[in-house]
Design a protein around this ligand. Structure first.
Ligand code: NAD
Length: 736
């Protein structure tokens, strides 16, 4: 056999070992070549009478991350081309055959008549986990804490279409199976074992021997569903038990997705229909849904933004070429709400942290935040006391600026006040070595205007975190006028070190994310002022794809902050920059009613001591008119929410804040939850087409005001029916 991606040996007992170890890659992935070689291995095992069975293992630290999603992107592209060349029916036939190739290959392994055992030594996800599910025996590693198994396809708009949906729903009860498939969680080995997804666990060194023993002991080459008399673990779909699961599951699906995610719907359909069919028919049904989902615009958009672009950014697509910055020790100045969070995520990533505040008490309070966060993780079984002690041991809380001597990077998160920041910059730089980068976490002050306080503006940069820091996956890195390449490279390296995704944007009021998200919140305010019922505002926003309604979001970020921003906008840009209806609403809420948001338990919502939050009934009195809900056009409300943000994203491109379209898309999803199924704020426009988008903006502008007026860039693009990803092709440079 001529194998490149596998090693293949047969031992004296006639047991084959196929070791998956792709050259030049740190992680195995399923590619066309891998599928071809698996096919060869299968033929060899089946064809040689002397081979009793085969163990599939990995030669790498992980088993495999799954299918190469760019290969699936290629399938979609070929389908579009074939449609043009051969017509839709012919193109669909080829596409269907190609998209179910892996599913059929796995089924051939399963029905080969020889026993196959899979050794899961580390991370094993997606199509790779589906490969192991098609093996007759799965053994997982017990002493590798990083090992996870799972089917996370739904997170990129796909679903497990290589038999995963069909097999998982026959290995466990349908409610558990649906939960696993719809959430796409990565499971620890012990958990997967308990759930019945694995047959056994063993320490790393014993895995292969144990798998071989299983074959030697006469392990059966038949999957449970291929054995006469197989019964579904949860009983028949049309049974009392089945009816306890599927109708509520449908309702839950609707509640969680508002039917925006074709992949999630296809999972439900595949499981529900598949469980009523014999196994091979069920696989065909799964394949049909897979082919359908793979061609959906949602899958294309999500694969591009949430997998390809995100991976490019994480691998340093925007990083200037220079040696890696070896960050060991960082300084965080300001141990308040944000600084405490930044210290925690840094220490969690193994960095030493010097956490400085005005006095010891304030610094200690910031460090205590780390204690409470890690303690709550431990309570959930996600950490140990030893890890907690080590983490806290890495944080030095002090009021002494001299302790910053020797750090590799400083992040400032003191009050949002120019004078305070200027003083801190001077004090910090007095103790830093001349080549150390200084980053500010300011949310509103332009970086270049802060950099004037620095003796070394080329080493000054913005690193804008989102709250809560430990949860939010995005960090905006802001390049000031004079920021140099070393500062950019260091900031990007830091963001990666703490396992977040960076976007690199140019300097300007509100940078990127806040500009868009403030428009979203304002739209909610204006709808309220127009007389739209508050509950409708919140629900429609979620139905449009946003994770939280604009009124809830405002309560989280605080109403006094929204008020402050409004006043600052008026001061900087003039009276006309602020909508009087929004100002009146916030003025009444905050200044007359004392409602600051969640922080004082009173905002757009009430926060009772027990029970869930509730919309404040007094909101009705703040509405000068009340619209009859039956006369309100829901699709228009949905459009308003998404258009007002996407339009702002387009303006940030025209203003030169965003220079790489991938960053607007990834940033909008990770930073403020812009409807992920669209692929992000600019993909939303591209998906609709700039012509249609501009026409929609014009209609909205005529009805609701000039905030919907398209900018010049969009009009130019619409004239030529251009897309953002055409006009501004992302750099293809891959990681250094
Ligand atoms: P905060 O008031 O909770 O914390 C500020 C901390 O800075 C306080 O602990 C204070 O004692 C300390 N401090 C003030 N002067 C100091 C000095 N001279 N030396 C050392 N410490 C000093 O504020 P926050 O919400 O954490 O915001 C901090 C920064 O982060 C601001 O620039 C803010 O705009 C930015 N930011 C905030 C958010 C958010 O959601 N709160 C999000 C992104 C960025």
């Amino acid at each position: 056999m001529d194998l490149t991606n596998f090693r293949f040996d047969v031992d004296a007992d006639g047991i084959a070992l196929a070791t998956w170890d792709m050259p030049g890659r740190s992680m195995n992935v399923i590619t066309v070549e891998v599928m071809d070689e698996l096919e060869e291995i299968l033929a060899k095992v089946v064809g040689e009478a002397g081979i009793k069975g085969c163990v599939i293992a990995s030669g790498k630290e992980a088993f495999s991350g799954g299918a190469d999603l760019t290969m699936l992107q290629g399938l979609g592209r070929r389908y579009q081309e074939a449609c043009k060349a051969l017509g839709e029916e012919k193109a669909m036939e080829t596409f269907f055959a190609e998209s179910r190739y892996l599913s059929q290959l796995y089924r051939r392994i399963e029905t080969s008549g020889k026993p196959f055992a899979a050794v899961i030594n580390g991370i094993c996800l997606g199509g790779a986990f589906e490969l192991t599910l098609a093996c007759h025996y799965r053994i997982g590693v017990s002493d590798n804490d990083k090992a996870r198994v799972g089917l996370p396809e739904v997170k990129v708009g796909l679903f497990p279409g290589a038999g995963g949906t069909t097999r998982v729903s026959r290995l466990m009860k349908p409610d558990q199976a649906l939960q696993m498939l719809l959430k796409g969680d990565r499971l620890r080995i012990s958990q997967a074992h308990k759930m019945g997804l694995l047959h056994a666990v063993a320490p790393r060194d014993e895995l292969i021997a144990k798998a071989k023993e299983w074959i030697k002991a006469g392990g059966s080459p038949k999957a449970p569903w291929d054995v006469e008399g197989f019964r579904l673990p949860g009983g028949l779909v049309y049974s009392k038990a089945g009816m306890m699961v599927f109708p509520p599951a449908n309702a839950l699906y609707r509640r969680e997705t508002y039917d925006n995610y074709p992949a999630a719907r296809a999972i439900l359909q595949s499981v529900y229909e598949g469980l009523q069919l014999p196994f091979d028919r069920a696989l065909t049904v799964e394949s049909r849904y897979f082919a359908h989902v793979l061609r959906s615009p949602e899958a294309a958009a999500m694969i591009r933004s949430l997998f390809v672009s995100m991976q490019d950014l994480n691998k340093g697509a925007r990083r200037p070429a220079m040696p890696p910055s070896r960050l060991k020790r960082v300084g965080v100045v300001g141990a308040g709400f944000m600084g405490a969070g930044i210290a925690y995520v840094s220490a969690l990533a193994g960095l030493d942290v010097v956490l400085v505040d005005r006095d010891q008490e304030a610094a200690d309070k910031g460090k205590a935040h780390s204690d409470s966060l890690i303690t709550s993780q431990i309570k959930k079984g996600r950490g140990t006391m030893a890890e907690r002690d080590a983490l806290l041991g890495r944080i030095t809380a002090t009021p002494d600026y001299n302790a910053l001597a020797g750090v590799d990077l400083v992040i400032e998160a003191v009050f949002e006040d120019r004078a305070v920041k200027a003083e801190v910059i001077k004090k910090v730089q007095a103790v830093l070595a001349p080549d150390v980068i200084f980053a500010s976490n300011t949310s509103t002050l332009p970086i270049s205007s802060l950099a004037i306080n620095s003796a070394r503006p080329e080493q000054f940069i913005g690193v804008h975190f989102f709250s809560p820091v430990e949860k939010m996956l995005l960090v905006e890195v802001i390049k000031g006028e004079k920021t140099g390449d070393k500062a950019i490279a260091t900031a990007l390296d830091f963001v990666r070190a703490i396992r977040k995704t960076p976007i690199l944007v140019n300097d300007g009021r509100g940078f990127f994310a806040n500009r868009c998200v403030l428009n979203y919140i304002r739209e909610g305010h204006l709808m309220l002022a127009e007389g739209v019922p508050p509950a409708m505002i919140e629900n429609v926003a979620r139905a449009a794809g946003m994770p939280v309604g604009p009124l809830s979001l405002n309560d989280e970020v605080a109403i006094d902050l929204a008020w402050k921003i409004l006043q600052a906008t008026k001061k900087d840009l003039g009276e006309g920059a602020v909508d009087p209806a929004q100002e009146t609403l916030l003025d009444t809420l905050l200044n007359k009613e004392g409602r600051q948001g969640r922080k004082n338990g009173k905002g757009f919502y009430d926060y009772p001591a027990v029970g869930p939050k509730r919309l404040w009934p007094g909101l009705a009195d703040l509405q000068p008119v009340k619209l009859d809900p039956d006369t309100i056009d829901i699709p228009t409300l949905k459009h308003r929410f998404l258009v007002v943000q996407a339009l702002e994203a387009a303006r940030t491109v025209e203003d030169g804040i965003i220079t790489d379209m991938r960053e607007a898309d990834v940033g909008s999803i990770l930073g403020f939850g812009f409807a992920p199924f669209t692929g992000g704020a600019l993909s939303y426009i591209d998906g609709m087409g700039t012509k249609a988008f501009v026409a929609l903006c014009d209609r909205l502008a005529a009805a609701y005001g000039e905030r919907f007026e398209p900018n010049k860039l969009l009009r130019d693009m619409a004239a030529g029916d251009e897309r953002f990803y055409q006009r501004f092709k992302p750099e293809t440079k891959k990681a250094a």
